[in-house]
Design a protein around this ligand. Sequence first.
Ligand SMILES: [Zn+2]
Length: 458
Amino acid sequence: MSIAKLLAVALAATPLVAGASAPAPATPLLQAIAADVKADELHATLARLVGFGTRHTLSDTKSNTRGIGAARRWVKGRFEEFSKQCAGCLQIDLPEQTVTGERVPQPTAIVDVLAIQRGSDDPDRVIVISGHLDSRVRDVLDANSNAPGADDDGSGSAAVIEAARVLSRHRFRATLVYAVLSGEEQGLYGGKLLAQYARDHHWSVEAVLNNDIVGNTLGTNGVKDATHVRVFSEGTRSTETPEEATRRRYNGGEVDSPSRNLARFIDGLAGTYLKDFGVRMVYRTDRYSRGGDQVPMLAAGYPAVRFTEAIENYTREHEDVRVENGVHYGDVLEAVDFGYLAQVARLNALTMAALAMAPAPPAQVKTEGAVSMDTTVSWSATPGAASYVVWWRGTIAPRWTESRAAGDATSLVLKDVNIDDWFFGVSSVSADGYASPVEFPGPAGAFVPAATGSSPAK
Ligand SMILES: [Zn+2]
């Protein structure tokens, strides 16, 4: 067979999407999940959340109609309803920690609302979706004024609840966690609590999808963008040791953290499943000098990205609700674009399902080939993987461009592909064709740090 013919065969066998630049064939399960995500469900959820008046972390917790306590109980109730409809498939837990700090003058209980859907094959491998329930106005300590928090972050919380509603109707190989967090505006407390919970439960967290500010399409400057979502991902991992940094600086890996390859995976899914909607990857941990609940998860060693609308409206965020000189301030329900929010929620649900049906990315990915015309890529066998695909790209390319199927082998020699000129990675694939994200070799790219085995870095 000619090289061209061999290549054609290999490409035809390349399954689904693994962070490539070209869209891959869709599966009926993922198409059904995308179709199930509904704008009117998101609208109903968000109207309820806004109806609690304020969801400030320091607000009332006793009332059943106003404040963070009532809002949390309502979210818990929604998870319970979904669980009833799937024969108890959701385990609901409310981790709690009392904190004080610069933005928490009195000891206050931070409570996260978690729903956990156990995986059938790989229950310790965990995919998390998160948003923060708490809201605020201009004064971060004002717990009494109306703080509708429709976009920040009612939108993200609604996306989490919608993902739970849709995905709890299906079974997945890995565990899905739906996390509605508190205390974000006071200092990322809910994210820290979630990271601690994950460690305490020895979760092997493969991905965190943090949704924060995902429902607005009209920028402060009047520019509209309803067809993109930004996905922020860190470049070099937060938990890198000085020795690892030295090696990475020399051989590369600045743009191949597991979070970054997760972002490429999400970008690829949007290309396959969503019409007129795409990812704008941002090669940064978060927006400039701003933060979110993915940050404490990254600090714990877990791959994590942040979803945020393509263009923000700063007259809406963190503002007192009012009209001043004809300008509407405040984070109100009327400003949310529910068709857009549905697209973001859809992409999240697709990502969770795709990750949870695929095997884990391969561990122990290595490349060899210095002073050779060929490159050898190797990895260790992954539970649930029927085959593997080796990917590579030019060192300045943003996305994976080249691939070759490796069958069920755990190494592949790439003839006449010089190690100096390319970055490499490997994806594992299930028998029914679900591919994992691409894992870049060594500690810079490992989804699960090798030194600690299946448990993440402390
Ligand atoms: Zn926020």
